[in-house]
Design a protein around this ligand. Structure first.
Ligand code: NDP
Length: 262
């Protein structure tokens, strides 16, 4: 796949693992300069040293902080502007899902989940919008099919994700015509979250292939497997590029056919 990212600058939150890391790699390979962040400094340093070796250190900025720290997000935007002078794409990817039913979810957990889902969008968008307006850039939010297809065992994640879709739709109107705002709706993608759940599997004798295969069957994924992070990255990079120049306020389902709504 070739996408027009030469001379472009992209920001990817949660870029040290899984879908975020795959997106960073793809954007670098398409010629972009990329700024990435994550909380864990050690892992971020490790991945950046490999990325710098493969793509050049001068094309990468990395900072360790939580996207829920608005001052740190603003400082990151200032660093991107000082070093790269522009921002063409913001990929809001940082985060994780919460597994709990309504009965199990405490008030504190509800607040934490809503804070993560909403402010992991709000703070970076607020910080990068001035640059995105100038470059006529794009925002791509990494969201979940749970927004439209809630699951009782992920009750607060599902409802918070629906709120995020609503916010993105409003933003696609408020930020038009300068900035396009789209999202990808993921089903099950075999990245960090599923690697952790695989490590905690009940039957430790099961191989990764067997466990993932069973999971895909149990969930009824028509394509019969979990997605690869690179497949999510391809959709993100498409929506963020000029190849999608007439697309805003849209969501692209990357779920192997798991979406049941029309
Ligand atoms: P990973 O765990 O592999 O990667 C998550 C990345 O986000 C890591 O780099 C992590 O680094 C970073 N991160 C997490 N929280 C924060 C934070 N508060 N501030 C900054 N960085 C943060 O997960 P995935 O690649 O699977 O997930 C990527 C996104 O896709 C997430 O938002 C997830 O909820 C969503 N998603 C994933 C699905 C899947 O099946 N994989 C399904 C639906 C949605 P660190 O921990 O060091 O901060």
């Amino acid at each position: 796949m070739t996408l027009p990212y030469e001379a472009r600058v992209a920001v990817v939150t949660g870029g040290s693992s899984g879908i975020g890391l795959s997106t960073v790699e793809l954007l670098l390979s398409q010629g972009a300069r990329v700024a990435l962040c994550a909380r864990g400094e050690g892992r971020l340093k490790d991945v950046v040293s490999v990325l710098a070796r493969d793509h050049g250190a001068d094309r990468i900025i990395s900072r360790a902080f939580s996207v829920l720290d608005s001052d740190a997000v603003n400082a990151f935007a200032a660093d991107v502007e000082a070093s790269f002078g522009r921002c063409d794409l913001l990929v809001n990817n940082a985060g994780q899902g919460r597994i709990s039913t309504f009965e199990e979810t405490t008030d504190e957990a509800w607040r934490a989940e809503y804070e993560l889902k909403m402010f992991s969008q709000i703070y970076p968008i607020r910080a990068f919008v001035p640059m995105l307006r100038q470059s006529k850039g794009a925002i791509v939010a990494v969201n979940s099919l749970l927004a439209y297809q809630p699951e009782p065992h992920m009750v607060c994640t599902s409802s918070a994700r629906a709120g995020v879709q609503n916010l993105l739709k409003s933003l696609s109107l408020e930020l038009a015509p300068e900035v396009r705002v789209n999202s990808v709706l993921l089903g099950l993608v075999g990245s960090g979250q599923w690697t952790r759940r695989f490590a905690e599997r009940e039957d430790q004798s099961m191989s990764r292939e067997e466990w993932y295969g069973n999971l895909a069957r149990k969930k009824g994924i028509p394509l019969g497997r979990l997605g690869d992070p690179s497949e999510a990255a391809a959709a993100i990079a498409f929506l963020g590029s000029h190849a999608a120049s007439y697309i805003t306020g849209a969501q692209l389902d990357v779920s192997g056919g798991l979406a049941r709504h029309i």
